[in-house]
Design a protein around this ligand. Structure first.
Ligand SMILES: [Mn+2]
Length: 294
């Protein structure tokens, strides 16, 4: 399963480049009708780390489809891969599914983040139908112009104190390990997925202040650039709200929250919480109605 070899990151990129020839280890589900959206945004998948909820994302990709998909950064975690090469088959399966989408004719736009910044040097180029961009302007079905970027551009800590960001990264990795054990136990007990750090973060005042500060700065900057709104990732907190007349969207992550941002064909935006979607599917339609009535 896990290939744990110490390799310099350059070599692992070459390794990542030739895996698409083989079939995925988890075969693509043949769902009669995939939920179709105009656009999907996902980010902060952190492939190459144990924190990545690969199975949940595979389930998502097998149940939804879109004309365009934006990968809003931190798709592959180069920082972690550099420390320890970790690449289970399920992580391959995700890349395989994304490339398959491009092959089927979906527009795939990849905006690298800070953890996969090594791909930023390829901005403007296209690989296997995947366009790599530093940022993008998305036009919604109802004509709004939205700036799409990862968001670390506004993170003063990441920019000016790189080492501090790495310390934060280590603490974060520890919380994620705890989250994993917690959910392994919950799975064993037959309980649904529960995000530890999502709940912890909501309790911590500093984190809340950091998140709202980030949201305000990003929205303000987007407003100054004359767009109607902005779509980011990076802070692993899904959100959609209007900040001083500018629409702010965050597609969340696939480490804790397991969320995606989608645009319907009429331009309406929605955040999908995939753990809830799976739970609802497992309950069946009658049980969901019961639950909602309760
Ligand atoms: Mn990031």
């Amino acid at each position: 399963m896990a290939t744990i070899t110490r390799l310099p990151f350059d070599t692992s990129v070459a390794h990542i480049a030739d895996f698409t020839a083989s079939d995925p280890s988890i075969p693509e589900k043949t769902v009669t009708q995939r939920r179709q959206y105009r656009t999907i945004w996902i980010s902060d998948i952190h492939l190459g780390t144990r924190g990545c909820n690969a199975e949940m994302l595979i389930d998502f990709l097998d149940h939804v489809d879109s004309d365009t998909i934006y990968l809003v950064g931190d798709i592959i975690d180069g920082w972690q891969l550099k420390k320890k090469f970790y690449w289970p088959a399920a992580h391959n399966d995700i890349v395989w599914r994304i490339l398959k989408r491009a092959k089927r004719g979906a527009r795939v736009i990849y905006i690298p983040g800070n953890h996969d910044e090594i791909f930023r040097q390829f901005s403007g180029l296209s690989f296997g139908g995947v366009e790599i961009k530093r940022q993008a302007i998305h036009q919604t079905a109802d004509g709004r112009r939205l700036l799409v970027l990862h968001g670390d551009e506004f993170d003063a800590i990441t920019l000016s104190h790189r080492w501090l960001a790495h310390v934060g990264d280590a603490a974060y990795t520890a919380v994620m390990a705890l989250n994993r054990w917690c959910n392994k136990y919950r799975r064993w007990r037959g309980l649904p997925y529960w995000s530890l750090s999502k709940h912890a973060k909501q309790k911590v005042k500093n984190a809340v202040e950091f998140i709202s500060g980030f949201e305000e700065i990003v929205a303000k900057e987007a407003g100054a650039r004359g767009v109607d709104g902005v779509i980011a990732g990076h802070i692993h907190t899904a959100e959609m709200r209007t900040i001083e007349g500018v629409e702010y969207y965050n597609d969340g992550d696939w480490v804790e929250g397991c969320t995606a941002l989608v645009e319907h064909y009429d331009g309406r935006m929605e955040i999908l919480h995939w753990a809830d979607e799976i739970a609802a599917r497992d309950l069946g339609p009658e049980r969901v109605e019961e639950r909602e009535a309760a």
